[in-house]
Design a protein around this ligand. Sequence first.
Ligand code: MN
Length: 237
Amino acid sequence: MNSMNDALPSYVVTPPAVTSLPVRGTKARFPIRRVYCVGRNYAAHAIEMGRDPNKEPPFFFQKNPDNVILAGGETFPYPPLTNDLHFEIELIVAIGKGGSNITTAKALEHVYGYAVGLDMTRRDLQTQAKDLQRPWEVGKAFEKSAPIGEIVRASEIGHPDQGAIWLDVDGKRRQTGDLNQLIWKVPEVIQHLSALFELAPGDIIMSGTPAGVGAVKKGEVMHGHVDGVGDIKVPVG
Ligand code: MN
């Protein structure tokens, strides 16, 4: 029987910890609620994946909140059951204010900050899922599949909409692009996403990857960069 004097709820198993990322310039952390990802959001990447970049509206998939790890905070472990682990360097958008049906004019008011992150992908399993018309989780939402750097507040850097985004592996440039090449800009992504789902503080959006995706091996180090946001260095273990 419930009463005002009940203690805090107890749980039959240990409740999951809140995944969070550090925020530059503050000791408080950014808690992760949901992880949304935009598919094929740079024309050159859509073309390299065999798609027409001009005809498809934005589409989304998700990773799990506890797939997020701090980039550089630990080695990214090479995941099981793949022989084709791909890097995808991306601008990460951190939502600070929730809402549904957010307009592009108001969208940036919902952004708390930005980060540099990697949408690590078991490409062979994703390709198999596509071929069999199955969902993508096995390719996208595996353990530690989202290494992300510290969150940088929009109040500090503004809202980057141009500037270089690139990824080096062991010092060799593999991916290059510019934020101004995003097919669906951040406000448009928020508009479309918030029409499908109710956004809430703690949601993050991986905004898509530029051209040049490819495989990475154990022992290599990924170095990602977004102008105005920062750098991440992620060893593959
Ligand atoms: Mn991606």
